[in-house]
Design a protein around this ligand. Structure first.
Ligand SMILES: Nc1nc2c(ncn2[C@@H]2O[C@H](COP(=O)(O)OP(=O)(O)OP(=O)(O)O)[C@@H](O)[C@H]2O)c(=O)[nH]1
Ligand SMILES: [Mg+2]
Length: 633
């Protein structure tokens, strides 16, 4: 059975509740105070089944809203999930302030279809009714309720005149509405919470997407509490499941009425995230005052309501009638997903000033304004495929996992893989396990890896390569994406991996056996010599390898500070110099002064070594020359 949610809209006392009763036989004013005062305060509900032209039944769920200007926020809680609006205008009063405001809200929420109902037709003569028709026609021209494409039906809820015409119009318009897709993740914005004897906690709402079944586990957003669905009711009847577009009541286990309230949302556990920042496309009404960057506004989405601060990307203010991409920072978290419509109202005095659509509920920290704007542009104009691709591009070499894509888009996991499969096949997107990376980011990562290796090899000609871990830490890439990039470079024979060490092919060749052995010989010759070092050329002359290769090894030992050059001719082992420093520090406790003779005596070296060593120590600021002796510092 096709289910459509019908909402009323219109000025106070124009006959919305009376109309719903004339259609359904149900009084949607359920509160005692409403009955006493004869006005609607909070949203009320009713339902009706009508046969369609094809013989199938049509299920209509009604959300009746209050017209009083003080209760617009309650109206907003009801209007969020509706498919079709009945714009109620009393024939004896015509267009009034909340006619305009409710109509603006419907347009801003992008409600696609509706019927204009001229109520209280019994109270005016035919000429007056014609005048009202003309006025209303002018008012609605060019909108989704333009009388050229959408019915205008005069009725009297008192006499019943026109009610059958209205039912026919409802069937006609409702049958043209696309059935909501019940496959995406279910989301139920809560509009009422109460406790029922023998049942416990009950929540109601319009199921805006997906399907909820008995025994489903759900998460409460933003509190994070887990609940279980004990029972499902649709229009007061127990059902095995509720589907998108149905007024739904759930009997809940795991939460009390105090834990839950209007504005919270029920959705599958561990898949989505609440947010306090959303990238949006925002429209300001022509009737609004200019809205400055950083202005505070009331933010309404589905049944939730919070305060938000506006962040504009380009201008300092948004002028009446303008649209812009912007970020809204809400004071409270709520569950919002791309495609969700919202309304903003002026902070004070509170009037509706604009609204729009959520494009991105996961703004990335520190993103540049221009990048964000072009990203939002791509989201605003794209299909699920292209918007997902834009999300992949945004994540660069961090990649976008399926779980992240689900949380960002609200699409179920199987849809994500399906949407991206075309791009993967074309090579535009690289899939690594459960993660997607745009091909250009993947190529850049490979370039970054080879450039890092190239720099490393240049600086370290005698080192085999860079450790895989160190190389990975030099990039921000996701480890899985990084590994895939390495693998791809290995496959392309650009680089090699030996154990944990990565090198560019043809570079960073490890020391050959005889070179490694020679390195050891040189090192040993100097470490055993202490300060009485041999001449470097003598040590090298004894090696089995040629002079060029021997010189390479010395360069390496000097670079790694195993050997230290004290003068053109003299090279010492680091350990010998460390010992010397220690000796001097110990001597300092006796006397801070030392001359060349005393130095020779202390170290046992000849004058040929003593002078260069003392000059080296001066340079190292271990000693300072004062006249013909040194001061130990
Ligand atoms: N004569 C006549 N009176 C009507 C008609 N429809 C509603 N009324 C009367 O108008 C008054 C207001 O009707 P409601 O249906 O409560 O108006 P409403 O639009 O729901 O008002 P709010 O919910 O407070 O915004 C009631 O006294 C109704 O009996 C109608 O078609 N003809
Ligand atoms: Mg009412």
């Amino acid at each position: 059975m096709k289910s459509v949610i019908v909402g009323t809209a219109g000025h106070i006392d124009h006959g919305k509740t009376a109309l719903v009763r004339a259609l359904t036989g149900i009084d949607a004013d359920r509160l005692e105070e409403e009955k006493r005062r004869g006005i609607t305060i909070d949203i009320g509900f009713a339902h009706l089944e009508l046969p369609m032209a094809n013989g199938e039944m049509l299920s209509l769920g009604f959300v009746d809203v209050p017209g009083h200007e003080r209760f617009v926020r309650n109206m907003l809680a009801g209007v969020g999930g509706i498919d079709l609006v009945l714009l109620v205008i009393a024939a004896d009063e015509s267009i009034k302030p909340q006619t305009r405001e409710h109509f603006d809200i419907c347009r801003l929420l992008s409600i696609q279809r509706g019927i204009t109902v001229l109520t209280k037709a019994d109270t005016v003569d035919p000429e007056t009714l014609d005048v009202v028709r003309l006025e209303v026609g002018d008012f609605l021209r060019g909108s989704f309720l333009d009388p050229q494409n959408s019915p205008v039906v005069p009725v009297s809820s008192l006499t019943g005149a026109g009610i059958e015409d209205l039912k026919r119009a409802l069937v006609q318009v409702a049958s043209e509405i696309h059935t909501r897709d019940s496959t995406p993740l279910p989301r139920l914005p809560i509009d009422r919470v109460f406790s029922m004897k023998g049942f416990g906690t009950v929540v109601t709402g319009t199921l805006v997407s997906g399907t909820i079944r008995k025994e489903d586990e759900l998460e409460v957003f933003p509190s994070g509490q887990r609940v279980r669905v004990r029972g499902v009711q649709v229009h007061g009847q127990p059902e095995a499941k509720a589907q998108a577009g149905q007024r739904t009541a759930l009997n809940i286990a795991g939460a009390s009425t105090e834990d839950l309230s209007r504005g919270m949302t029920l959705a599958p556990p561990l898949t989505l995230r609440s947010t306090q920042r959303v990238g949006v496309s925002l429209s300001l009404l022509k009737s609004a005052r200019p809205l400055k960057d950083r202005a505070r506004v009331h933010f309404h989405a589905y049944t939730s309501e919070t305060i938000a601060e506006l962040r504009l990307y380009q201008a300092k203010q948004l002028r009446p009638g303008e649209n812009a991409f912007a970020q809204l920072r809400t004071s409270e978290s709520s569950l919002l997903l791309p495609g969700d419509r919202f309304i903003i109202r002026q902070f004070s005095p509170v009037v509706t000033i604009g609204g729009g659509v959520v494009l991105d509920a996961n703004p990335q920290p520190k993103a540049k304004a221009e990048q964000v704007q072009s990203f939002l542009q791509a989201l605003a104009s794209g299909s699920p495929e292209s918007t997902l691709k834009a999300r992949v591009v945004r994540r660069a070499d961090r990649g976008l996992s399926i779980a992240e894509a689900v949380a960002e888009s609200g699409l179920p996991a199987n849809m994500i893989a399906k949407c991206l499969s075309g791009s993967v096949a074309k090579g535009e997107v690289v899939r690594v396990g459960d993660r997607f990376t745009h091909a250009s980011a993947f190529e850049s990562l490979k370039l970054l890896i080879t450039a890092t290796l190239d720099r490393f090899h240049q600086k370290n000609p005698l080192v085999a390569g860079i450790s895989r871990k160190e190389l990975q830490e030099s990039s921000a890439a996701h480890p899985e994406v990084f590994s895939a990039a390495l693998e791809s470079l290995v496959k392309a024979q650009k680089l090699g991996i030996v154990g944990e060490v990565v090198h560019l092919v043809g570079r960073g060749v490890a020391l050959k056996d005889e070179e490694a052995e020679s390195k050891k010989i040189i090192e040993r010759a100097f470490s055993t010599a202490g300060l009485a070092v041999p001449a470097l050329k003598d040590v090298l002359a004894d090696l089995k390898i040629d002079r060029m290769r021997a010189q390479k090894i010395v360069t390496l030992l000097l670079r790694d500070k195993v050997l230290v050059k004290v003068s053109e001719e003299l090279v010492f082992h680091r350990s010998a110099l460390d010992n010397l420093r220690q000796q001097l520090t110990m001597r300092k406790s006796k006397s801070a002064k030392i001359d060349v003779a005393q130095f020779k005596e202390l170290t046992g070296v000849s004058r040929k070594y003593a002078i260069p060593l003392l000059e080296y120590l001066d340079r190292e600021r271990v000693t300072r020359r004062v006249g013909d002796h040194r001061e130990i510092l």
